[in-house]
Design a protein. Structure first.
Length: 472
């Protein structure tokens, strides 16, 4: 190994130095980002509603003890952990986001340690930087949503399986089962590999407890719902399933693959991974066990999410495992080659973060903060200028912001007459923003002689308009 190559080989001391500097920089960015934030999208209307509800009731992990309209019949562990902090420490958005960062960071540190033990310092560090610098991860990392936790726990479970840490594997799978139904993917994936290990004599039959126990609680969750409510899956969610499963898969799979493997600069990760794998096929044989599990998990998860109600943030576990595959490929090159490849990919990711802006507002883009700030200004304006009993028409998310303090937008005064859009509107105030946008309704209000635009807030691409009835 020549001197130039040695510079880029991560020794233990250099690993911790680079890792510490990156971690401090990341935390500084996240703390700056959550400053002044309220809750956004599913955080506000779904998760915080359930967390607020649990915080004021006896501790329970049984999903049938809650009204399914509140919990959506999901497992309760994520809500329960958050509700402890919400009740005992602080319910402010900044504090809740900081607590969520601490959970995700703890899981991330645990995963990095395991990756160091199983792979190498270079692979662990490269994975960490490339994963955490992606836009969707930077946006989701502080959010009071479970997808980042699910991704990290799923990867921890896979690494514990590879390292034959059976007790820790079982704990990870149990945590996943009690967080969300998508845990079935990692249960199926690792269950298949464990059965194959049993067939080959690599493990004893009793070691299957690592999937049997979590599977028991997974099935029990649905049986309890059936006995109490008469259905296995929350009816609103069940109604979202496409009657034609094949049509649903054909429609959603391209969207999932595009977002996971191409969007937000991930085309660089995907391209480098495939190039190295094709040019150096021996790398596959060196990491056959991990790459085989990664492939089965990827395919199973794509089929699972494509056949269900699909949101882009649900793909974070896929993004994580693809990023780790890239790190494994790049980390096995020579030291200098690893550095050059890593630098190129990081340049693409950072270029996207700083210079490629999306007009589509969602909880996977940085512009979610602009929308939240615009909503905050809108709510503040309404609090200052109109009475709480004035009839208001607006979209669903703004209804939550105006009526419930747990959403983080109002403190004491809440509005009592807030309703959805109506083409025969008679409301005194109408609030319109790009979220759940109805172009026909917007044009009707703009052209109506009965209403006038009194205020528009804008932080490109986010905006919000307040219309009031003209005084006669």
């Amino acid at each position: 190994m020549n001197k130039l190559t040695q510079v880029f080989v991560l020794k233990e001391k250099r690993f911790y130095t680079v890792f510490f500097i990156f971690l401090v920089s990341l935390l500084a960015f996240l703390l700056y980002r959550i400053r002044g934030e309220a809750f956004f999208w599913d955080e506000a209307w779904s998760y915080l509603r359930t967390i607020d509800y649990l915080a004021n009731r006896p501790v329970t992990i049984n999903p049938t003890t809650l009204d399914p309209e509140i919990s959506r019949a999901h497992p309760l562990l994520f809500y329960l952990v958050q509700s402890f902090f919400y009740k005992t420490v602080s319910s402010t958005p900044f504090a809740m986001h900081l607590f969520t960062i601490s959970i995700h960071l703890s899981l991330m540190l645990l995963l990095v340690y395991q990756l160091k033990q199983f792979f190498s310092n270079q692979i662990a560090l490269l994975f960490t930087i490339c994963f955490l610098l992606q836009e969707v991860i930077l946006v989701q990392f502080p959010m009071v949503l479970p997808e980042v936790s699910i991704a990290l726990l799923s990867m921890l479970a896979i690494v514990y399986y590879l390292r034959r840490k059976m007790a820790f594997l079982c704990l990870c799978l149990l945590a996943l089962v009690f967080i969300k139904e998508s845990s079935v993917v990692v249960l199926i994936t690792l269950g298949l590999f464990l059965l194959n290990d049993l067939r080959k004599g690599y493990i004893k039959w009793y070691q299957l407890y690592v999937v049997i126990i979590p599977s028991f609680f997974f099935i029990l969750h649905f049986l309890l719902l059936k006995f109490k409510f008469g259905w296995f899956i929350y009816p609103v969610h069940a109604s979202l399933f496409q009657p034609n499963a094949l049509s649903s898969l054909l429609q959603n799979i391209p969207t999932i693959l595009k977002f996971t493997c191409w969007s937000q600069g991930r085309w660089a990760l995907t391209g480098v991974t495939l190039f190295i794998l094709l040019k150096y096929p021996s790398i596959f044989s060196k990491h056959k066990s991990f790459l085989s599990i990664a492939f089965v998990f990827f395919v199973t998860y794509v089929l699972f999410t494509a056949g269900n109600f699909m949101m882009l943030r649900y793909q974070i576990p896929l993004i994580l495992i693809c990023t780790l595959c890239f790190a494994v490929m790049a980390g096995k090159l020579s030291g200098l080659s690893t550095f050059l490849v890593s630098f190129g990919v990081l340049f693409v990711l950072l270029f996207h973060n700083f210079f490629i802006k999306s007009d589509w507002i969602d909880d996977i883009h940085f512009n979610s903060k602009q929308m939240m700030l615009v909503h905050q200004k809108t709510v503040n304006y309404l609090v200052e200028h109109i009475d709480s009993n004035v009839p208001i028409e607006t979209h669903f998310l703004m209804q939550t912001n105006l009526q419930h303090s747990y959403a983080g937008y109002i403190k004491q005064k809440s509005f009592t007459q807030v309703s959805p859009y109506s083409l025969q509107t008679s409301a005194e105030v109408v609030v319109i923003s790009p979220l759940e946008y109805n172009a026909d309704y917007h044009q009707q209000i703009k052209k109506s002689s009965a209403y006038q635009l009194v205020k528009r807030f804008e932080l490109n691409p986010a905006w919000c308009e307040i219309y009031m009835k003209r005084q006669r």
